[in-house]
Design a protein around this ligand. Structure first.
Ligand code: SAM
Length: 213
């Protein structure tokens, strides 16, 4: 997701740092996320966009620790602005590229990874930029605990198919939906992108994989 540069981004980022919501040097918490979030369950969302999922899920599940990762600071600024006063001590935010994820989290530290409407990068030459490449699969397997999960939602059939092929080589596919929002799922927050596709009556694909180490 790209948004125009916002003049208010630096102010929001500064406030988020002061509130200890935005973690500037995430590697300092490697192996300690559960401790600082006071939880025994850690969920990480990669490509959190404007933060609807992070904000709602961290409120719905206050005993779970939530870490949101978004590489675009102007997009992240929207998420941080929404989080002020709503996301409590069980949520933290990282603004950086998830390619570095294994510098920030320890082996077996993560219980669940969420990939919500990740950029599909339709051109073959750009597939290497996806969050579901074989290289990411290696990192995810290392960071997820045994029996941990990856949960992916997308509107994009081609991206969904390719991700199924790639990640199912490493993880056990446990559940799959080809029209997830046909039923109400109040237990799972709707993201900004998801809301758009629901309004357009487009099916939402969803898959859960399990990490059998
Ligand atoms: C299509 S948007 C979806 C946003 C949100 N998850 C939603 O469902 O509405 C994908 C987001 O992932 C972010 N993103 C893509 N690759 C990333 C990476 N390697 N590290 C961190 N964020 C990434 C983009 O900047 C963008 O904001």
């Amino acid at each position: 997701m790209r948004v125009r540069k916002k003049t208010w981004t630096p102010t929001v980022i500064q406030e988020a740092k002061e509130q200890n919501l935005l973690i500037e040097h995430p590697s300092q918490f490697k192996g300690k996320w559960k401790k600082i979030l006071q939880t025994d369950t850690l969920h990480v969302e990669i490509g959190a966009g404007k933060g609807d999922y992070f904000v709602e899920m961290s409120s719905l599940y206050p005993t779970i620790g939530w870490v949101a990762i978004e590489k675009d600071m102007h997009v992240a600024a929207y998420a941080l602005r929404k989080s002020f006063g709503v996301v409590l001590n069980n949520g933290k935010f990282i603004i950086d590229d998830a390619n570095l994820i294994d510098e920030w989290f320890e082996e077996n530290e993560i219980d669940t990874l969420h990939l919500n409407f990740s950029d599909p990068w339709p051109k073959k030459a750009h597939h290497k930029r996806r969050l579901t490449t074989p290289d990411f699969a290696v990192k995810y397997q290392k960071l997820l605990k045994n029996q941990g999960q990856i949960i992916l939602k997308t509107d994009n059939a081609a991206f969904f198919e390719d991700s199924l092929v790639v990640l199912t080589k490493t993880f056990q596919m446990e559940d799959v939906w080809v029209n997830y929002r046909q039923q109400a799922h109040p237990e799972d927050a709707i993201t900004e992108y998801e809301q758009r596709f629901i309004e357009l009556n487009q099916p939402i694909y969803r898959v859960i994989w399990r990490n059998n180490k």
